[in-house]
Design a protein around this ligand. Structure first.
Ligand SMILES: Cc1cc2nc3c(=O)[nH]c(=O)nc-3n(C[C@H](O)[C@H](O)[C@H](O)COP(=O)(O)O)c2cc1C
Length: 170
């Protein structure tokens, strides 16, 4: 039997929401990143790690990168949630920048659009995002994006887990 573990790191809840949907679909165990020492990874055949992306950096990705050698006999999967639309050509480019060339290819990657939640954001994140929005506005480079990130939104949808779930069931 393929035993699956989903471990996630989520600041405002979007990655958590996806992690829960994935867990239900795969009948997997679920673990919050802060509990990562509390589990015996030897019990699992598939490890799925999920994190939100912040200024191009995936939350707690260092842990996943360092674990890749321990998990070399397992199916490794990464899912990333971000505000960018799925179709944006920068999405995979930005995710790839989180890895060294030798690491990329040792796991399968899926991107799922999350959203923004100003009510649950850390103060520093809110300040950073506001700065980014004003920079976009002033430069007039991407007014659509500037308007999109001006307020909270939630584009997370359960159907976005389907490619990951199908891959894990293969
Ligand atoms: C300060 C800040 C920086 C962000 N940077 C990015 C980014 O570079 N790319 C992106 O797609 N989304 C970005 N986002 C949006 C988050 O990735 C998005 O809210 C994600 O779904 C959060 O997941 P979480 O709530 O599970 O942490 C950023 C959000 C904040 C607050």
């Amino acid at each position: 039997m393929n035993k699956v573990l989903v471990i996630y790191s989520s600041k405002t809840g979007f990655t958590r929401k996806y992690a829960k949907w994935i867990c239900e679909a795969l009948d997997a165990d679920i673990l919050e990143y802060n509990d990562r020492e509390r589990v015996n990874y030897a019990h699992y055949d598939t490890i799925i790690f999920g994190g939100g992306i912040y200024a191009g950096k995936i939350n707690n990705i260092k842990w996943f990168r360092e674990k890749l050698s321990d998990f070399k006999d397992k199916k490794c999967v990464l899912f990333v949630s971000g505000a960018m639309p799925k179709k944006s050509p920068d999405v995979m480019k930005n995710i790839k920048k989180n890895f060294k060339p030798g690491e990329w290819g040792k796991f399968k990657v899926f991107y799922m659009q999350g959203g923004l939640d100003y009510d649950h954001m850390e103060e520093m994140d809110r300040i950073m995002l506001t700065g980014f929005r004003y920079a976009l506005k002033i430069s007039k480079k991407d007014e659509r994006m500037a308007n999109m990130i001006a307020k909270s939104f939630d584009f997370a949808t359960q159907k976005d887990i389907v490619p990951l779930v199908e891959y894990c069931l293969k």
